[in-house]
Design a protein around this ligand. Structure first.
Ligand code: BGC
Length: 759
């Protein structure tokens, strides 16, 4: 619709600069004389937070469906549901005249303390990427744009505007970027939102390597990079770095700075033009979807309930659930009446309606006599009398359902959690009720893991209901009464103690930096490597039925990395009720040149099975399922050899292991240099060919020099070979210089010329 090059050629410098900055907190500049309309973007990520007046940052938003937050939706392991959630959100965006939804959030849960973890999917980049792809596809299939956020390494709230995430290249590539990469390559989000923080000392909003080299050039991102709201410090630097649109606006001083920078020659106008082109393409896309109308609030509420029910995770069940034959039940806990269904901050939705757990229980539990006790106050204050009251109603019933919600003072955007604990009052309440009533079920509403050691052994069942969205109450009732068979599985590990968590010693950073010292080892990668016990492992969740895995097989025992391989397994529902099971496939590299996690999730599939039914699931594994990022080659590398394929019901419940052989088709460039060690020269095929003969001579020479017998490897109380292997060749030769035709440096330079094909 827009003739981009013509419009660009007719825009003044001032218009271009202003066009790349918001006109209001939520909208872009209209250039009416050229027929370019304004577009509106609003949060995200689990509902539409459309400000009633886009000219104000904090105006109350219009009613929209509050879907379950990402912790819950990811625990569905059901991309098809996320796709439907995306479609529904897009319908609401269209009705509410929104062009772009600010989400999904795919930052990794580096620590369970992260204040915004409820908005993020997982501790695993593969799972987060799959969920993001599905949600984006759903939203964009209706002609509404998305903004995947916050790029990159925005994994905490502490000092979120300033802190520098100090993260090495391999960790960035293997842990913190892949969810963005998968989404950008496969779902093509219209926009990517850069983070507030610095990454290795440079603001994400000025990070040329992240925004331009990796995102735009390497991954081929053609959309708009938008700044997080207020992330831009220096507009000129951010344009050069790759931020096309600064939000929010207006920002007159920044616009002037851009104009002046172009006039003075400090900023090439071509850089600005490139951002304007991207912006025009974005507006053009948005214009193609007419906005307005209504949305089906009832249908979306029902969908929100379905997603919530599938994302809730049954963590413990001694058989009490689903409830049967109960005549008298006690409902305890404030959140049974005051549902805690979403988190604080920019994602906070004004819901179309909110279901209340106690009401939903009463609707489904006909004939049951209900009693209620509040149990705890809205804050963290102590009230022994509330506990006494709760114990009384619990004792008088056949079952006690305790609803526990984490106080919002403990988790929200803007601040991190200080601990993984419930309030003292809540712990004391659970303990006292469980003592009085053995049939106690705990229903948790929270956005991230909590510790449970003080009380879990005393209760009969635990349901993790998350920040479950506006229809979550009905989903809880569906699960407790067995109308829905729970099938959620954890998208993050629940640790036993805060001190066990991967980032514990490097959190939340100090003096302006947070060092990602645990490297690749976050989440289950860390607990696996240390063989640490956890409360509930990644991928775990109970069902009311049982599943058996059989007949595991692969499409090929040996295969080339570029061809990949498909894993098959038969899954049978061996219980009495229908249910859904998520089969998880992890890959273990038996031998690698660099350290690798014990296993990594590389595929999964969710199947629905009637009692007695068997289905075969097929899970394809591609090049990247076996590759790791090599920080010296600066590329993804596969190594020929054996890999174990672990097929499991969780990361800790591996049912079958198959071994396959991969043939790497990579031809790696030679990276030997003046500092390369003997070991490195011998490990490189070209290095070995030119250096091998010299190595034999060196060994003999060295032995003589040290006064030993050349056949012997043992000299001056050490292993001669072991001693030499990790010395640079140039240093070993340095000790033998008298017998060399030229100085050691020249000899190595000559070898290098040969391996690099220059001699
Ligand atoms: C948040 C973003 C959000 C934006 C607009 C920022 O503070 O970090 O996630 O999209 O505000 O509300």
């Amino acid at each position: 619709m827009l003739d981009i090059e013509t419009i660009l050629s007719q825009m003044t410098l001032e218009e271009k600069a202003a066009f790349c900055t918001g006109a209001t907190p939520w909208s872009t500049l209209a250039i009416e004389r050229l027929g370019v309309p304004s577009i509106i973007m609003t949060d995200g990520p689990h509902g539409v937070r459309r400000a009633s007046d886009p000219n104000t940052l904090t105006a109350k938003s219009l009613p929209a469906t509050c879907f379950p937050t990402a912790s819950c939706s990811a625990s569905t392991w059901n991309p098809a549901l996320l796709q439907r959630m995306g479609e529904a959100m897009a319908e609401e965006a269209i009705a509410l005249k929104v062009d772009i939804l600010l989400g999904p959030g795919v930052n990794m849960k580096r620590s369970p303390l992260g204040g915004r973890n409820f908005e993020y999917f997982s501790e695993d980049p593969y799972l987060a990427g799959e969920m993001a792809v599905a949600l984006i596809n759903g939203i964009q299939s209706k002609g509404v744009g998305t903004s995947i956020k916050h790029y990159a390494a925005n994994n905490q709230e502490f000092e979120r505007f300033t802190i520098s995430a100090e993260v090495d290249e391999r960790t960035l590539r293997e842990i913190y970027l892949p969810a963005f990469e998968a989404a950008v390559k496969r779902a093509k989000p219209w926009t990517v939102m850069c983070a507030y923080n610095k990454v290795n000392g440079t603001f994400a909003s000025e990070h040329h390597q992240l925004l331009t080299e990796i995102l735009k050039e390497e991954w081929g991102f053609e959309g708009v990079v938008v700044s997080d709201w207020g992330a831009v410090r220096d507009r000129v630097k951010s344009l050069v770095g790759g931020v096309d649109l600064e939000m929010p606006g207006p920002k007159h001083a920044h616009v002037r700075a851009v104009v002046e920078a172009v006039k003075s020659g400090q900023l090439s106008e071509e850089v600005l033009n490139e951002s304007v082109r991207r912006m025009l393409r974005l507006v053009d896309k948005a214009m193609r979807t007419p906005k307005g109308g209504a949305f089906d609030a009832d249908a979306h509420h029902a969908l929100a309930r379905q997603i919530a029910a599938e994302g809730m995770v049954l963590l413990k069940n001694n058989g009490i659930l689903p409830l049967k034959g109960v005549k008298k039940a006690a409902v305890i806990g404030r959140s049974a009446r005051e549902p805690y269904f979403q988190g604080g901050g920019s994602s906070n939705i004004n819901p179309t309606r909110v279901d209340v757990p106690l009401d939903e229980l009463q609707k489904q539990g006909e004939g049951i006599q209900w009693a209620y006790a509040e149990g705890y106050a809205a804050d963290e204050s102590l009230h022994p009398e509330m506990i006494d009251e709760a114990v009384d109603v619990a004792r008088d019933a056949e079952v006690a359902l305790i609803f526990i919600a984490l106080p919002p003072s403990k988790e929200s955007e803007g601040y991190d959690r200080q601990d993984l604990d419930l309030s003292r009052q809540q712990v004391a309440l659970i303990q006292a009720v469980a003592k009085a009533q053995p049939n106690t079920v705990v229903i948790l509403n929270n956005g991230a893991p909590i510790v449970m050691s003080e009380w879990i052994d005393g209760v009969a069942a635990v349901l993790e209901a998350w920040m479950m969205g506006q229809a979550g109450a009905g989903a809880i009732a569906d699960i407790l009464f067995g109308k829905v068979n729970p099938s959620g599985k954890l998208a993050e590990t629940f640790p036993l103690r805060l001190a066990d968590t991967p980032a514990y010693l490097n959190w939340p950073g100090e003096a302006g930096k947070v060092r990602y010292g645990e490297g690749l080892y976050i989440g289950y990668r860390y607990y696996d490597a240390r063989e640490d016990a956890v409360l509930f492992p990644f991928g775990f969740g109970l069902s009311y039925t049982t599943f058996e895995y059989s007949n595991p097989r692969v499409s090929a025992q040996s295969f080339r990395d570029v061809d990949g391989v498909t894993v098959y397994v038969d899954v049978t529902n061996t219980g009495k009720v229908a249910g859904k099971e998520t089969v998880q496939v992890y890959v273990h590299d038996r031998q690698a040149s660099l350290s690798r996690p014990v296993k990594e999730l590389k595929g999964f599939a969710k199947v629905e099975l009637q009692p007695g039914e068997t289905k075969t699931v097929a899970i394809p594994l591609d090049f990247r399922a076996f590759a790791y990022y090599h920080p010296e080659y600066h590329q993804w590398v596969t190594e020929s050899g054996d890999f174990d394929i672990l097929i499991g019901a969780s990361s800790a419940d591996i049912r079958h292991t198959l071994t396959v052989t991969l043939e790497s088709t990579l031809e790696l460039p030679c990276i030997l240099d003046m500092e390369s060690t003997v070991r490195e020269w011998l490990a490189d095929p070209r290095g070995k060919a030119v250096f091998g003969p010299m190595f034999d001579q060196m060994r003999t020479q060295m032995a003589r020099m040290m006064g030993g017998d050349e056949a012997s490897n043992e000299l001056i109380g050490m292993d001669m070979m072991g001693f030499m292997m990790d010395m640079p060749v140039v240093s070993v030769l340095g000790f033998q210089e008298a017998s060399l035709p030229a100085p050691a440096e020249m000899v190595v330079a000559d070898l290098l010329a040969k391996v690099h094909g220059k001699a």
